[in-house]
Design a protein around this ligand. Structure first.
Ligand code: NAI
Length: 469
């Protein structure tokens, strides 16, 4: 290990590791400091990847269990081997984190196992995992990519056994009879779905009077009904005031969010999924004068510059959506900026996907956001019941919704709820990235019969030329 590098990156997650690779591609010497044993951060180790592995396995289980009769496929003797399901998930994680390790070697990135803190704007002291310390200096800059941690509730202590965060909920060794989920956002609905499919009675307790608050309301209303149809129960507009652990269960005191009589909700396992908070502990930011806002985030300017020259911040520690692909965008652009390229980003072009069944995907503005800002818009919607491929597949849940500027036709937002929505949204993202219009989508030839035809059809509807509705 050298003691001076062009770039030092603190954190080897989905912000930090792509930043390191891009820096190496741009000819910089780079060291990445990571305290976890494996690279990939929350997403690869305890987030996106293990949850998607379980979402896929449990979807197959649910489908084989009761979804194939309509197709004339009768399956008997379906049984759950949870241990194998969890082991497969761990193998997927293991393979991908090793993959990042390989990429580090290939790109000659120095990986430092330990915890870094600032000694000066261009110098870090690292407490090495194996014992001892190392001081590293940066010639061009230091990037903070330390990610986020689970947000907690004062009244509910997480023990990762009975009261779990998303990390614990990915490794429950038996299916809880009753699972209470606090928070009706991404994690609550994805992991609630996983355990519901395996047989848990799931109740989601959400503080607000709707689920996934930032989602387009028309889509969210459909989503809510679909989740209810799957047997997930909701207590909207409800808060948890305390959690009492008894020998066998957890008793949650809940009451209306605006106050009112409280009641007890009993569960075998409670999942706390009320958001994530930026993780900047142990960095000694005060010592070098890096500012942090009232929510613990590090404000940045163009190029991800903090208020201290030479120190940059990317990913979940800065304001913006906490999504893995957004953090990667930050990392790559930040390093390109350090190399003298234009580092601008447009978070309106960052898609968001909830990997439930069906999936919900969006990019750009919601109808409510456009209304609130007084921006004129036209809407085009198309239901999957009118899409021939969805009918062939026997899954016609959901719809596509496009929002566009009425005078120029330029796309302002796209929302899909339905099978494979997460894959389908890519087309709308690309169109918007190119400054595309509803006409562009309507004129693009889509193979027939395919699900993405619904995007073209929604564009036709928006232009008053709907064909199959
Ligand atoms: P979230 O912000 O998506 O949802 C948290 C929910 O909890 C909100 O609906 C909020 O109103 C509710 N809430 C807050 N305090 C509450 C309280 N005291 N009682 C009841 N409800 C309360 O956060 P979540 O689901 O924890 O996810 C964390 C982050 O991880 C998110 O920023 C999300 O973007 C990201 N993530 C992304 C995924 C994806 O891209 N598919 C999957 C999982 C997480």
């Amino acid at each position: 290990m050298l003691d001076t590098y062009d770039l030092l990156i603190i954190g080897g997650g989905t912000a930090g590791y792509p930043a390191a690779i891009r820096a190496s591609q741009l000819g910089m010497s780079v060291a990445c400091i990571e305290r976890r044993e494996t690279l990939g951060g929350t997403c690869l180790n305890v987030g996106c990847i293990p949850s998607k592995a379980l979402l896929h396995s449990t979807e197959l289980y649910a489908e084989v269990g009761h979804g194939l009769n309509e197709h004339g496929i009768e399956v008997g003797g379906v049984a759950l081997n949870l241990r194998q399901m969890l082991a497969r998930k761990d193998q997927v994680v293991d393979g991908l984190t090793k993959g990042v390790e390989y990429l580090f070697k290939k790109n000659k990135i120095e990986r430092v196992s330990g915890t870094a803190r600032f000694e000066a704007a261009d110098r870090l002291r690292i407490e090495l995992n194996g014992g001892g310390e190392q001081v590293l200096t940066a010639r061009k800059g230091i990037i903070i990519a330390t990610g986020s941690d689970v947000a907690t509730l004062k009244s509910v202590d997480i023990d990762e056994q009975r009261i779990v965060s998303s990390t614990g909920a990915l490794s429950l060794t038996e299916v809880p009879k009753r699972l209470a989920v606090i928070g009706g956002g991404y994690i609550g609905l994805e992991l609630g779905s996983v355990w519901r499919r395996l047989g848990s009675e799931v109740t989601v307790i959400e503080f607000l009077d709707r689920i996934v608050p930032a989602m387009d309301q028309q889509i969210a209303a459909q989503f809510y009904k679909m989740l209810q149809n799957q047997g997930i129960e909701f207590r909207l507009g409800t808060k948890v005031t305390s959690a009492e652990r008894t020998m066998e269960q957890v008793e949650l005191s809940i009451e209306p969010a605006n106050g009112g009589p409280s009641e007890i909700l009993k569960a075998d396992v409670v999942l706390v999924a009320v958001g994530r908070r930026p993780f900047t502990e142990r960095l000694a930011l005060d010592g070098v004068g890096v500012l942090v806002d009232e929510r613990g985030r590090i404000p940045v300017g163009l190029g991800f510059t903090t208020n201290v020259p030479g120190i940059y911040a990317i990913g979940d520690v800065i304001p913006g959506p906490m999504l893995a692909h957004k953090t990667t965008l930050d990392g790559v652009r930040c390093v390109e900026g350090i190399a003298g390229q234009y580092p601008g980003v447009d978070y309106d072009l960052v898609p968001a996907v909830i990997y439930t069944s069906p999936e919900v995907a969006s990019v750009g503005k919601t109808e409510e956001e456009l209304k609130a800002t007084g921006v004129a818009y036209k809407v085009g919607t198309f239901p999957f019941t009118a899409n021939s491929r969805a009918r062939c597949n026997g899954d016609t849940r959901g719809m596509t919704k496009l929002l566009a500027d009425p005078s120029t036709g330029r796309l302002l937002g796209a929302h899909v709820i339905g099978p494979d929505a997460g894959t389908m949204i890519a087309e709308a993202v690309l169109a918007m990235e190119f400054g595309g219009t509803a006409e562009d989508l309507a004129l693009t030839v889509h193979a027939h019969p395919t699900l993405p035809e619904s995007i073209k059809e929604a564009a036709l509807v928006l232009r008053g030329q709907g064909m199959h509705i």
